[in-house]
Design a binder for this molecule. Structure first.
Ligand code: ZN
Length: 345
């Protein structure tokens, strides 16, 4: 991008200074807070305007941060899946129900959307997966055990994996509270599944995730294939998602007054085409596809039909492994260290 344009954008409070996508925060957890007003640059309470010097200093900081982390992301070169497997498809379902809506302090009508996920969407997804013999992972806030215990027991009975997705769909900033949330969720999911969860989808600290005994996170998207994240000299496997393969990016219809106010109503045929092309690309490469879904979004009938068609197409090709995140993680962690390559930048 033209440097003058960058400066112009920053001076106008434009895209380059924007906070990360609010939709992402909604999908993957953030402490609840009311929607805030963003002051115009130069007004009382706003950040000072960036100058060319401060921009150059920021770029230097980013360059230094990139260098410091360059050995911290080591991803699989080639997955070397089990015999007969060409690629792994990992359906990951976030059972957010009303909790994500409440964390965003949304009004009752919006909470009902989450309720649809717990009462209807989750059951439809289970029926779909059972019909196709597909196993997936259901990332579940611990509080969901109090709200929708029956569907969670059915998820376990059908052989799917239950994994951590925070306690009430946000990560407390206080480390003591954060640890308490992780412990509560681990206990709640253990009660339902009869065994402790082994993974999470959250932005809890890596130390805390490892302390819980979890072997993976499925959160970041800094690599195309499963990758090792380093923190304090300790490794944790990440099973990467991608926003283009996340139903929230196409179907999330937010309340205008909330933080994630994105109004998205995509045609399911368009989403089917994008996801099918992504699958084919990974199939040819022998790779991995993590498909992130939310029952309150994709659980609507026409969208379930879209998923049905997608799975039918995938099953028409040989060597597709429909695996849970735990299965993918266990496979990757059993590979020799040389299977992972570390990028230079
Ligand atoms: Zn979520």
């Amino acid at each position: 991008m033209d440097r003058r344009l960058i400066l112009k954008l920053i001076a106008s409070g434009g895209a380059l200074t924007a906070v990360p996508s609010s939709a992402w925060a909604q999908a993957y957890g953030k402490e609840p807070q009311r929607a805030t007003h963003h002051p115009t640059p130069g007004s009382k309470g706003s950040l000072p305007l960036s100058t060319e010097e401060s921009l150059m200093a920021e770029i230097e900081d980013l360059r230094a941060a990139t260098q410091a982390r360059r050995k911290h992301y080591c991803h699989l070169d080639q997955p070397k899946w089990p015999d007969g497997v060409k690629m792994a498809v990992n359906f990951t379902v976030d059972v957010d129900t009303v909790l994500s809506r409440r964390a965003n302090d949304e009004p009752p009508m919006q909470l009902a959307k989450g309720e649809f996920g717990g009462r209807v969407g989750s059951w439809r997804m289970l029926e779909l997966f059972e019909r196709h013999g597909v196993v997936g992972t259901f990332f579940t806030p611990g509080r969901t055990v109090d709200l929708y215990p029956t569907v969670l027991r059915e998820i376990v009975d059908q052989g799917h994996e239950l994994a951590d997705h925070m306690w009430e769909h946000y990560v407390p900033s206080d480390p003591v509270a954060a640890r308490d949330h992780m412990l509560r969720t681990r206990d709640a999911l253990t009660d339902v599944a009869g065994r402790p969860p082994v993974g999470t989808r959250s932005n809890f600290s890596q130390d805390l995730v490892l302390e819980m005994g979890y072997i993976y996170n499925s959160h970041g998207f800094s690599a195309p294939l499963p990758n090792m994240m380093m923190s304090g000299g300790r490794e944790l496997l990440n099973l990467p998602v991608h926003l283009a393969i996340d139903d929230a990016m196409y179907f999330n219809f937010g309340w205008l007054g909330s933080g994630p106010a994105a109004q998205r109503l995509s045609e399911q045929e368009t989403v089917l085409d994008i996801w099918w092309q992504a699958f084919l690309q990974q199939y040819k490469a022998g790779g991995y596809l993590n498909i992130a879904l939310h029952p309150f979004l994709v659980g609507h009938a026409a969208r379930i039909a879209m998923l049905d068609e997608l799975i039918n197409r995938m099953k028409s090709l040989p060597g597709v492994w429909f695996a849970s995140s735990a299965e993918v993680a266990n496979h990757c962690l059993a590979l020799p260290n040389q299977a992972f390559v570390c990028t230079e930048e």
